[in-house]
Write a protein that binds this ligand. Structure first.
Ligand code: DC
Length: 223
């Protein structure tokens, strides 16, 4: 593999199937799965716990300067360690998703996490999942995918997931949250959610997950 073949990027909105697809693709290709949303969630959690005023640029810069964030590959998901604490579970709430979206619009946060992600990608071959992997973090990646699905389909999937876990799930509320987050992620000035010009677009609304993964593998194997 040459430099450029070692990074595969998968971007798209929340609920588009990105995480499952990225994880499966990484397994099939024996590459490391890099979940960059988890990194933004970890910063969101920390900012929330420390009651950081997100309009206070100096406070946000201090938070990032003091941050020790490690992504340790795990059996299924990566472990996310902040300042020595495993927060892999704590970051998986809807509230932390919203916090992540808020901190992800801030320049010091994006700058620090982009550098961290590039450092990880420089050391190992990765399937990098997020919003700006193909546009900002790894513009040199040889294979770039952008996944989409209608907001209704994504809300339906999320509702099912929560119900399977026995958690409360209200479809209209989930749909509203998804639409709000799409709007916030796509309209922010810094590294907004958008497809790289050279990304392959895939609508996962109607294609089963396995079909999308197989299709990606076929695309990657083509000379
Ligand atoms: O993929 P996720 O739901 O775990 O991401 C949480 C939030 O983090 C999402 O609303 C936008 C932000 N994010 C980002 O701005 N850039 C990334 N590369 C990954 C996530």
């Amino acid at each position: 593999m040459s430099e450029n073949q070692q990074i595969i990027t998968i971007d798209g909105p929340s609920g588009s199937g990105k995480s499952t697809i990225s994880r499966l693709l990484a397994q099939r290709l024996k590459l490391t799965y890099l979940d960059t949303g988890a990194m933004y969630r970890a910063v969101g959690l920390l900012a929330h716990r420390q009651s950081i005023d997100l309009t206070d640029d100096a406070a946000v810069r201090r938070l990032m300067a003091d941050l020790d964030l490690q992504m340790r590959p795990g059996a299924v998901e990566a472990q996310v360690i902040i300042n020595g604490e495993d927060v892999s579970e704590a970051i998986r709430t809807a509230e932390m998703g919203m916090m992540a979206s808020k901190v992800s619009a801030l320049q010091p946060v994006r700058q620090a996490l982009t550098a961290l992600q590039q450092a990880i990608g420089a050391k190992q071959a990765v399937v990098a999942e997020g919003r700006d992997m193909g546009t900002v973090v790894f513009p040199q990646a040889k294979y770039k995918f952008f996944l989409s699905a209608t907001a209704e389909e994504r809300a339906r999937r999320r509702t099912e997931q929560l119900k399977e876990k026995g958690l409360p799930a209200n479809f209209p509320e989930i749909l509203a949250q998804i639409m709000q987050r799409d709007h916030d992620d796509s309209s922010r000035a810094l590294a907004p959610l958008k497809a790289a010009p050279d990304a392959v677009l895939i609508d996962s609304s109607t294609i089963p997950i396995d079909g999308v993964v197989q299709w990606m593998l076929d695309t990657i194997k083509k000379p």
